[in-house]
Design a protein around this ligand. Structure first.
Ligand SMILES: O=C(c1ccccc1)c1ccc(O)c(O)c1[N+](=O)[O-]
Ligand SMILES: [Mg+2]
Length: 214
């Protein structure tokens, strides 16, 4: 049977990356996507902006919406302080299966809780199921038409506190116009745009960083 792109990406990680070395896993995926097949990982250019936001936030509790193959999961987890936890949601079971193996190969599995399911279903369960109080950092990288819905849901569920950081991928391409309109005009957020490019291309894209003011 024909392999899928995530399966071919995983094969490249097994072939080229050193087990237990998160940076080598990130490098192997970027090489695969630059040289073989485009895939919707955040990529290295936007990934370096992600790294700087994670490092300056120094989060104890992180939520990632949209795991895909685990590329940004590995980038974030490799920068977390000891005992910090990253919960990542993926609705596609085939992607989740690949992501689990990428995360394990990178050696960051003990910092990561991969949950298979819909963000709309799981966000309201975060407190009761995972003992989450609030998230210090949320990386939004799932369906672009869910960014605004899920941000409002996190507010309603009391999952954001003063200083919580939202970092949204693809706010230019494919774009999340309703999210940008809301977050940039809301008195409850201070937002900043980081201009960049769509992963592995010359197309314009960028990340929007928004701090919840409580
Ligand atoms: O939506 C797409 C998309 C749309 C059409 C074809 C391929 C991908 C996409 C593109 C770049 C991203 O960084 C990304 O996170 C996504 N996504 O699906 O979440
Ligand atoms: Mg993305």
């Amino acid at each position: 049977t024909q392999s899928t792109r995530p399966q071919r990406l995983l094969a490249a990680v097994h072939k080229k990356a050193t087990r237990g070395n998160p940076r080598s896993v990130v490098k192997a995926i970027d090489e695969f996507c630059n040289q073989n097949e485009w895939a919707m990982n955040v990529g290295n250019e936007k990934g370096e902006i992600l790294d700087s936001v994670v490092s300056e936030t120094n989060p104890g509790c992180v939520l990632e919406l949209g795991t895909y193959c685990g590329y940004s999961t590995v980038r974030i987890a490799s920068l977390l302080p000891p005992h910090a936890q990253l919960i990542t949601l993926e609705f596609n079971p085939d992607n989740a299966a690949v992501a689990r193996q990428v995360i394990a190969w990178a050696g960051v599995a003990e910092k990561v809780r991969l949950v298979e399911g819909e963000s709309g279903e799981w966000i309201p369960k975060m407190k009761e199921q995972f003992g989450v109080k609030t998230f210090d950092l949320v990386f939004l990288d799932h369906w672009k038409n869910r960014y605004l819905l899920d941000t409002k849901l996190m507010e309603e569920c009391g999952l954001l506190k003063k200083g919580s950081v939202l970092l949204a991928d693809n706010v230019v391409c494919p774009g999340a116009p309703d999210y940008l309109e809301y977050i940039r005009n809301s008195p409850q957020y201070k937002s900043q745009f980081f201009k960049s490019h769509l992963e592995y291309t010359k197309a314009e894209d960028g990340l929007e960083k928004s701090v919840f003011l409580g």
